[in-house]
Design a protein around this ligand. Sequence first.
Ligand code: T3D
Length: 275
Amino acid sequence: MNAPSPSTAAAPLVLSHQDGAVLTLTLNRPAALNSFTSALHDALLAALDAAALDPEVRCVVLTGAGRAFCAGQDLADPAVAPDLTPGAGAKDLGLVVERWYAPLCQRLRSMPVPVLAAVNGVAAGAGASVALGCDIVLAARSASFIQAFSKIGLLPDSGGTWLLPRLVGRARALGLALLGDKLPAEEAQRIGLIWQCVEDAELAASAQALAQRLATMPTKALVSIRSALDEALLLDWPAALAREAEQQRALGFAPDYREGVQAFGEKRAPRFSDR
Ligand code: T3D
């Protein structure tokens, strides 16, 4: 991965680097392990919104600067951290989740292009949920996933309660979420929480290679596959079959299908263009 452009005055909270059709977004609060403040939320959401609208972007890579991917909510943020002075009122975390985390997770899940998380270090709390909400998760061998919520009296948010049992089943989801233990990347791959664990030195290059590959694929089909798999988990068998027919109908009318079949017949690489 090429180094993101160096910052000028105040360092941007999200570094953006485009290589061909692959946009890499790097969370950039390394001193606080890239934990989320409202400003980081704003910057990330704006970058994802822009990518969603940019026809040149066909895959997004999300990663972190420094030694962490993301340590979840910034617990030093006075807007969310409890005021410990006696008699001080409690903060409404529901509002924080509704205002920031739910829109971010919804944005990731509805991106019109595949999103790949390159987990370069620890992913804790909402940082783990955000990584796991991406379409493909690659992690460095030294990275880890921590459902840190229970340690501070909270429950997995940012889609965590939805994602965890679907990814690893109820028993493991509960073990991870109740205990909040550090799960090394290699173990995360073994239990099916993530796609792949790679050597630290290979993470950036592996993520870019996979992202470039996804960027050459039929984007509409990839995004339909994501939504079909998500929806199918909530459907019974006849409804899933009906939904497949519906989505296949739409893909069959899209130019990428013609191009794919034509390229196969002509024994050449397809040139997909739908987005
Ligand atoms: O609004 C709401 O609150 C609701 C939404 C909640 C969503 C959530 O994400 S809740 C979960 C929040 N996250 C956590 O509880 C994780 C807290 N962090 C940790 O447990 C540890 O830092 C890690 C296990 C992630 C890494 O440990 P380690 O030993 O490698 O690093 P460290 O020394 O703990 O942290 C390094 C620095 O980053 C340190 O700052 P310092 O002392 O060097 O100035 C530490 O305070 C800072 N840091 C780490 N995590 C956070 C953080 N600062 C603010 N917020 C953090 N979450």
